[in-house]
Ligand binder design. Structure first.
Ligand code: KIV
Length: 293
């Protein structure tokens, strides 16, 4: 693993104060989390994007609290020292403040995560405040908010016109006032992001919103060529793991078909005496199955 100390809220606040960029990534299972932990990434988000990346849905709306809990538990096991955020899925907080607090509490109690995240501006401020007032750190999410993609007219940049940008700037102040420990901005223009960062007193994280933030987020599957449906413009591909895995799978098929796999190092033997005893014990007994291997 790593001998890094646990990332805490003060760690993130100190980075912001010192002007040290905060790193953030999405992650959905134990094996990925183990890698993320070794890379010493600060914040790990178990996003409801797992509905698309791990479960194959077209969007995030079908994802349930139980899906999120299961994946967040796995990521916590693989990444014990990151600041781990559970993403509140569709309709786990929208219906009422009470629903929001109950589900945020489930995340904290059942997964060992450090915080939760929810989408939406002023209309979700009371949900965010209720969670923060319950003592649970909560991140806001503005700009492109995938749970409202239908109302937003698709996966597109938000805040390109000044009136919509003003609303986003105002929403940021409202969420900060409501008690958000940090706000994530997805796909807003870089100069709007800059204005927000200059005005904020909490860490601002950018996903496809330019460099003027206290930290950056990327989606794991976009970074490593693992999402087959599309590659967003904002994503940088750091390695094509999808291609490596596909080549390996094709080679495996070819080797099994051609008899090159397995080799002695891939199986387990038995001593001559033991196999002779076994044959002796079986001598005269009829095979129970006629299937030959
Ligand atoms: O679900 C997710 O991964 C997210 C990111 C797109 C920010 O919310």
């Amino acid at each position: 693993m790593t001998d890094r100390k646990k990332i805490t809220l003060p760690t993130l606040q100190k980075k912001m104060a010192d002007g040290v960029p905060i790193t953030m990534i999405t992650c959905y299972d134990y094996a990925m989390a183990h890698l993320v932990e070794q890379a010493e990434i600060d914040i790990v988000l178990v996003g409801d994007s797992l509905g698309m990346t791990m479960l194959g849905y077209e969007g995030t709306l079908p994802v349930t609290m139980d899906d999120m809990i299961r994946h967040t538990q796995a990521v916590r096991r693989g990444s014990p020292t990151s600041w781990l955020i559970g993403d509140m899925p569709y309709m786990s907080y929208q219906p009422s403040d009470e629903t929001a607090v109950r589900n945020a509490g489930r995340f904290m109690a059942e997964t060992g995560c450090d915080a939760v995240k929810l989408e939406g501006g002023r209309q979700m401020a009371s949900r965010l405040k209720a969670i923060a007032d319950a003592g649970i750190p909560v991140m806001g999410h503005l700009g492109l908010t995938p749970q409202s993609v239908s109302a937003l007219g698709g996966f597109r940049v938000q805040g390109k016109g000044w009136e919509q940008a003003l609303r986003i700037v105002e929403d940021a102040a409202i969420l900060e006032q409501a008690g958000a420990f940090s706000i994530l901005f997805e796909m807003i223009p870089d100069r709007v992001q800059h204005i927000i960062t200059q005005r904020a007193r909490i860490p601002i994280i950018s996903l496809g919103s330019g460099p003027h933030a206290h930290g950056q987020l990327l989606i794991f599957h976009d970074m490593f060529g693992l999402y087959p449906r599309f590659k967003p413009k904002m994503a940088k591909v750091y390695g094509n793991a999808g291609e490596i895995i596909l080549n390996g799978l094709k080679q495996y098929v070819a080797e099994v078909t051609g008899g090159q796999f397995p080799q002695p190092e891939n199986w387990f033997g038995i001593g001559d005496d033991q196999i002779e005893e076994l044959k002796h014990a079986l001598n005269g007994r009829q095979p129970e199955s006629t299937t030959e291997h």
